[in-house]
Ligand binder design. Structure first.
Ligand code: NLE
Ligand code: FE2
Length: 294
């Protein structure tokens, strides 16, 4: 029903209780049995978790830490020139390790004193209403696996690099944290699937792939751009459109490629006025009006 559902590999629990992640044949890790084994192990940790339990410790391998090291080094350089100021301020405050993958519990320990957000584990796709809904409670669902080492610069699948470098640095800034919470409120307020999909698409084109005008040029604040050192080089060449709720809520996008349509906020104030206010006030009727009105 929602296109977003397809970029997560399905996680299956077999009759003997073991957990198997179903990678598509096009996945770079498809024929790598060590990688598949790791994916299954990490997914099993999240499947066993339930709210109230401590977040499971993922025992990462050297190869996995090495992917993190490489990607964080590349990203840190690019962020300096191309990430929005609030994202950079959040990153400085959070100060994630660059030499190893942090545990989600460690991310929460650093993040919660700053903006109140904490991380919870997800094996794969979380139903839209749960994923967005808990944002209102300052909770963020996060995968723990890492992208395959052969394609470090980009993955369509949200991995720990995306969840932590892309999202936690933004969540460490109070203005972004407030916007994420409003998205959660909106998701819980709307009633129809159509309205929830609209809310989630607005999130896609802002918190995942948003860009913003700054004095010295166009910057990215969306986690999906800022976790990919391939895509970050390309976003300024895309079809950049003004923030428009109706378009953001309806444009089709292909999750497997660099996003070629992006929406630009002129400032944080504009982002808060247009998108923050929408999430704060929207209901099914208002969304219906945006879709079909005027
Ligand atoms: N393309 C992003 C990356 O490579 O980190 C992940 C996007 C997930 C929505
Ligand atoms: Fe994301």
């Amino acid at each position: 029903m929602f296109e977003e559902a397809q970029y997560f590999a399905p996680v299956n629990t077999k009759d003997d209780g073991s957990v198997e992640v179903e990678l598509a044949s096009s996945h770079p890790g498809f024929s790598d049995s060590d990688y598949r084994d790791r994916r299954n192990k990490l997914a099993a940790l999240a499947v066993d978790w339930s709210p109230g339990k401590p977040v499971p410790v993922a025992p990462y391998t050297d190869t996995e830490h090495e992917v993190w090291r490489k990607v964080s080094t590349e990203l840190a350089v690019k962020h300096r020139g191309l990430a929005s100021q609030e994202f950079l301020d959040g990153a400085e405050e959070l100060s994630l390790p660059g030499d190893r993958i942090p545990q989600l519990s460690e991310v929460s320990e650093k993040l919660s004193p700053i903006t109140g957000f904490s991380y919870r584990p997800a094996a794969g796709l979380v139903p839209l209403l749960d994923f967005y809904g808990v944002l209102e409670d300052s909770q963020f669902h996060s995968t723990q696996y890492i992208r395959h080492h052969s394609v470090p610069f980009y993955t369509p699948e949200p991995d720990v690099v995306h969840e932590v470098i892309g999202h936690a640095n933004a969540l460490a800034h109070p203005r972004f944290a407030a916007l994420y919470r409003l998205a959660g409120q909106a998701a819980r307020r709307v009633e129809s699937d159509e309205a929830l999909e609209f809310v989630s698409k607005v999130f896609w084109f802002t918190m995942e792939f948003g860009v913003i005008g700054e004095k010295d040029g166009l910057k990215a604040y969306g986690a999906g751009i800022l976790s990919s050192y391939g895509e970050i080089d390309e976003f300024r060449k895309m079809d950049i459109r003004p923030l428009d709720l109706r378009q953001m809520g309806t444009v089709d996008y292909d999750i497997t490629k660099y996003q070629d349509i992006l929406f630009k906020a002129e400032s944080m104030d504009e982002l808060e006025d247009v998108v923050g206010t929408f999430w704060a006030e929207c209901d099914d009727e208002k969304i219906e009006e945006i879709l079909h009105g005027k």
